[in-house]
Write a protein that binds this ligand. Sequence first.
Ligand code: G5P
Ligand code: MG
Length: 225
Amino acid sequence: MKMLKTFRAVILGAPGSGKGTISARIVRRFDMVHVSSGDLLRRSIVEGSKVGLEAKKYIDGGQLVPDEIIFNVITSELGKHSKENWLLDGFPRTRNQAEQLFSKEPVSVAINLIVPFEIIIERIKGRWVHLPSGRVYNTDFNAPKVPGKDDITGEPLVQRKDDQPEAVQKRLEVYENTFRPILDFYRSKGILEEFKGKTSDEIWPYVFKFLSSHITPEIEESSKN
Ligand code: G5P
Ligand code: MG
């Protein structure tokens, strides 16, 4: 792997594979900023911005938003973190996005999470999110301390519109049709690292060990969450 001054990672995987969950663990232990394309889009929907209104048409049905919209959102967010290490979650979703990103911001590593689809469909049913922060809960796996409330702010949690069964089906279909060229791209650059498992707890120690060999952890791994 190329060692660059700043450490830049992307985290890939099917909808519900645990990108948000693993990302939260990474940024708790390593000096990295978590940038999630889905969280940014959902926040712009809540704000009622032009981008949000446009993106909503695609997101609710489980379709990808057009490249020009997402490029603007991501470019402006990464611009705020130009001197920091970042972890990009949910971008790229197409080979074109992967190539465009690489031409602007050489990525140090692409982490790919591999989780069986039948497991994903079950866990998405129990997902609750805190929209302002992007914090993710699950009624079975990591339930909030108080049902329906965010642990930190106490604000209400919501279920995502695109977590309805039809939209989930569509998202998995879109993923099936788009992920291979992205993996091929990162494989061709020699920076693809794949992690396979049925649970985030099973996958996490390997991700932690891998990252620790490239970037010094601020907090050693001692607890599971
Ligand atoms: P997003 O927001 O990027 P997805 O579909 O890629 O959405 P998603 O659904 O956010 O990914 P995740 O982050 O991979 O899933 O998974 P997660 O939230 O961590 O975990 C899922 C659930 O399982 C949670 O409830 C979690 O607590 C639980 N969980 C985790 N691990 C375990 C476990 O081990 N066991 C159990 N039981 N549960 C567990 O994108 C949304 C939309 O935005 C647009 C598209 O429309 C997209 O559909 N978009 C883009 N469009 C174009 N280009 C882009 N680059 C785009 N980015 C976003
Ligand atoms: Mg997510």
